[in-house]
Design a protein around this ligand. Structure first.
Ligand code: PAF
Length: 280
């Protein structure tokens, strides 16, 4: 059966209020749709941990700093609802722009520090948009637990910080990145890759795995970067927004993996921006 699709804030509230009163645990899986197995692994984790599960689908204009990127973002609501059927979720919250940002909306949630680097530096305003919409989704759904993929590791850290700072009583749960067999991290943006670009896309992860292996042996980023960049360029990546080693906790830039660290990359392939990160 298709799970109930809710498009109206009042209807969502009417649904959630009795769950809260009955003391049921509510899990939320925030998404922008174009669901893939990575999202579905979050839904499975939510189903296993919560009495009620709400999946949200909203392509949030406030987190796009490029109008073309927003226009191109895949929108596949019917297929998404079908993919969710087997999980029997309690609600799919699909607000439109007016439900989320009604006339006169004037609030921005902004997190400092953590957002200065990586996607925060290369996509100005992106994390303000994410934090604003995610704080609203937490409050709208009354979620006790919220499930996010580690693929967007910086986002995971930002929303965790935001919930703690704003005293929103939600536990943010990070779940492992799900990959295609060839190593490409699953992403809704993969749908935008041409057949040819899809062949070369896994090179990003392959290069990162090589760099990470050398870092584990004690190598320095400065010695590994030139070859890594050359390999990405050869595979057709035009711009590398970043390929950086950063501390897992707090995201400070590192030259060597002397504390728990992750390798982060964002790079453009045939007009599509791919991101990935792996533990070192
Ligand atoms: O990761 C995403 O899909 C989005 O950034 C999120 C968390 C749904 C907020 O719009």
């Amino acid at each position: 059966m298709i799970d109930p699709i809710i498009r109206d804030r009042a209807a969502l509230r009417a649904m959630v209020t009795p769950w809260k009163r009955a003391g049921e645990t509510i899990g939320v899986v925030p998404t922008m749709g174009a669901l893939h197995d990575g999202h579905l692994s979050l839904v499975a984790a939510a189903k296993a941990a919560c009495d009620r599960v709400i999946v949200t689908i909203f392509v949030n204009p406030k987190q796009f700093n490029n109008a073309q990127d927003l226009a191109n973002y895949p929108r596949t609501e019917e297929a998404d609802a079908r993919k969710l059927e087997r999980f029997d979720v309690d609600a799919i919250w699909v607000p439109d722009g007016d439900q989320m940002y009604p006339e006169g909306f004037a609030t921005t949630v902004s997190i400092s520090g953590l957002t200065d680097c990586l996607c925060g530096a290369t996509r100005p305003g992106h994390f303000d948009g994410v934090a604003t919409v995610v704080s609203k989704l937490f409050l709208q759904t009354g979620a006790d637990k919220a499930f996010f993929g580690e693929k967007d590791f910086q986002q995971l850290q930002v929303v965790t910080r935001m919930a703690a700072d704003l005293d929103i009583p939600v536990e943010v749960v990070g779940c492992p990145t799900i990959r295609e067999e060839d190593g490409l991290a699953m992403s809704s943006r993969n749908l935008l890759l041409s057949d040819r670009a899809r062949v070369y896309a896994p090179v990003l992860n392959a290069v990162m795995e090589n760099v990470a292996a050398a870092l584990r042996e004690g190598a320095a980023m400065a010695d590994l970067l030139p070859d890594a960049m050359k390999r990405l360029e050869r595979a057709g990546f035009t711009d590398v927004d970043y390929l950086e080693l950063r501390a897992t906790d707090g995201l400070a830039l590192l030259e060597r993996a002397e504390v728990p660290a992750r390798l982060f990359a964002a790079a453009w392939l045939a007009g599509v921006r791919l991101i990935d990160n792996i533990a070192v």
